[in-house]
Each structure stands twice: as C-alpha cells, then as structure tokens.
Design a protein around this ligand. Structure first.
Ligand SMILES: Cc1cc2nc3c(=O)[nH]c(=O)nc-3n(C[C@H](O)[C@H](O)[C@H](O)COP(=O)(O)OP(=O)(O)OC[C@H]3O[C@@H](n4cnc5c(N)ncnc54)[C@H](O)[C@@H]3O)c2cc1C
Length: 307
C-alpha cells in the first residue's frame, strides 16, 4: 500500500483548490468505502487524498413540492433510506438504499461516492435514473448541471473533470399517480453488489388512466447503468395490462448484452432482467393505481422477489 498525504477540506472551494494544487495525483474521498478497498488492493495509488466529509452543508436532504428532492453529495445511504419524504414520494430510492450493503457500510457510504464511483452495479443509480435526476457539479469555473443519464461515460468513468466535485443530486417531483420500485438480485443478498438491479417507474394519466410515463433503468448489465428505452416506449400512452407489462419486460431482456463474470453468466443476467423488470413494473403500476405501499411492505416484496 502506497503512503499518501492526507488532507481535509472544510469548504467546496477549499477542496477544489486542493485538487488543483496537487494535480492528477490527488483524489477526493467521502465515505471512503470504495477508496479503502481499492487502495489496499493497490489499484488506486494517489499521492494526496482529500477528505470532503466535513464540508458543511453537503449532507443535507430536503424536499419541497416545488423543487423536489435535493440530496447533498455527502448524504449517506442510511440517511436516504430513513428520510420520510424519500420513503413517501420516491419509494424506489428508499428501497434501493435499504438493499445496499449492511447498516455499517450504509452509515458511511455516500450517494455522491456511489455516483462518482460509476460502477455499472451501483445500487442508487437505477433508482435515481427513473426519477430523471440531475447532478450539480462545481469546479473552479463555476457550476454546471448534467442529467444523470449523461453523467457516465464507461465503467468507473464520468463527465467529471479533474478539479470538479459533485455537490448535489436534484430529483424532480414525481407526477401524481406515480409508482416506482427497485429490486436488486444478488445471490449473497445486500452484502454483495448487484448481479442485476432494476428500477421501474410508472405514471398514469389519472388513477385508472393510460400510462403517461414509464421509465426503466438497469444496473450491472452494460458498461454503465442504462435505460431500457424500447420497453419504456412500448408502455407510454397504453392502457396497461399484465400482458403489456410482460411484453415490456421481454423487450428489456432482449435489449441487453451483459457479460459473463463471477457473479453470473450473460444468459442468467438476461433472464433476471426480464423477471425483475416485470416485477418492478407490476409493483410500480399497482402503487400508481392504488397508492404506495408502506416502506416495510415494499421492502418485504423486494426481499421476496430477489430470492
Ligand atoms: C463491504 C462493502 C459493501 C458494499 N456494498 C455495496 C452495495 O450493496 N451497493 C453498492 O452500490 N455499492 C456497494 N459498495 C460500494 C460503496 O460502498 C459505494 O459505492 C459507496 O456509495 C461509495 O461511497 P463513498 O462515500 O464511500 O465513496 P468513496 O470511497 O469516498 O469515493 C468513491 C469514488 O467517488 C469519488 N467521489 C466521492 N465523492 C465525490 C464527490 N462528491 N465528487 C466527486 N468525486 C467524488 C472518489 O474520488 C472515489 O473515486 C460496497 C462497498 C463495501 C466495502
């Protein structure tokens, strides 16, 4: 393990100037749950490590009916899981957080770290994608906003330039009559990363009306988390039936080209995409027609569905 200089930033501006001063061999850490594993394995070898955990204001989570959900980059996965507005208006996000590792890791791991680590299997990403989330990025030249579905450029790769920080994730207010759900499939349960993760969102035009919006996001089946666009298109404007949901799930399954790896073969992953897309769509549709389940009911469904 290579030694490094440890630095702490107290403001966003300080973190940015430290990054600029120390150049490409400096890196940011937040909860350090990804960093420590990679550093110990000798994969990441920075000369300077800048801890941003004490930067004030970045762990806040706020919700308003006008601006939606604002999640500071340093908000922990546990804080997201337990936030009342997240559970009420963004169930897929609350369930994704609850399916993430064990409580000890959830208490440290941040949403910003999960996004910036850019793992194809990052649990928070599919759930954030279906709500149309946007990233606020701050650098020396000011700030910019990037839609989350434009943020990832490859495994571990993002649009962030050296010297830039992700400071906030903005999640719009869901339309009325919206349901959402997330299921992670992982043979070892939450303590392992997802073999496949699927989030779905369905909005209806009136409680029993046709589908106004459908969004499906898939994790761990491509170099980055992806949307299942043709499956989504097959649902918009339609009066949803069980047959349509199954057909959409089959489209999602047929549209992915996953890889074989230690966690599952490509063929297995494809099948799981079909099953989990159907189950998350059914759950989202039921919630859109009859109102959301409580968090514990959702969580129970996720656990049953994953095994
Ligand atoms: C035992 C264990 C279990 C795990 N289980 C899961 C799981 O179930 N699901 C899952 O998705 N992940 C899991 N992980 C991976 C990890 O916990 C998550 O990716 C976590 O969200 C990373 O957040 P962090 O704050 O710890 O990131 P860090 O390790 O601090 O940083 C990760 C990367 O993001 C960059 N970064 C962090 N914050 C910012 C920022 N604000 N702006 C710019 N760059 C930033 C860092 O430079 C680094 O490259 C697990 C890890 C461990 C060790």
């Amino acid at each position: 393990m290579k030694r490094f200089e440890y630095l702490e930033a107290r403001t966003v501006r300080q973190a940015i100037s430290m990054l600029q001063r120390h150049g490409e061999n400096a890196c940011i850490v937040a909860g350090s749950t990804d960093f420590l594993v990679r550093w110990r394995a000798g994969v990441w070898n920075p000369d300077h490590v800048i801890n941003i955990q004490r930067v004030a204001g970045l762990s806040r989570i706020t919700y308003s009916g006008r601006n939606g959900l604002r999640i500071g980059a340093l908000a922990t996965i546990r804080a997201i899981e337990q936030h009342a507005a997240v559970r009420r208006y963004y169930p897929a996000l609350a369930v994704a957080a609850a399916s993430f590792a064990g409580v000890q890791v959830r208490n440290l791991a941040t949403v910003g770290g999960n996004i910036c680590n850019a793992s194809p299997s990052g649990d928070m990403i599919p759930a954030l994608l279906v709500f149309g989330s946007e990233c606020k990025i701050v650098g020396a030249d000011g700030e910019r906003a990037v839609a989350l579905d434009k943020f990832f450029t490859g495994p571990g790769q993002t649009v962030l330039q050296h010297g830039e920080l992700l400071t906030e994730v903005r999640v719009p207010v869901p339309a009325r009559n919206t349901g959402s759900h997330y299921i992670k499939h992982s043979p070892r349960g939450a303590m392992d990363i997802a073999t496949v993760g699927v989030a779905s969102l369905v909005s209806l035009d009136g409680r029993n009306g046709p589908c106004a919006e459908a969004c499906i996001a898939l994790g761990a089946v491509a170099p980055t988390p992806i949307r299942a666009y043709s499956a989504e298109d097959s649902l918009r404007g339609q009066a949803l039936t069980q047959d349509l949901l199954i057909a959409a799930a089959n489209l999602a399954r047929d549209g992915v080209r996953p890889i074989d790896d230690i966690r599952g073969s490509a063929e297995h992953r494809k099948e799981i995409v079909g099953v989990l897309t159907r189950r998350t769509l059914e759950q989202a549709f039921n919630a859109a027609t009859s109102g959301p389940l409580t968090f514990n009911e959702q969580r129970r469904l996720t656990v049953q569905a994953a095994f």
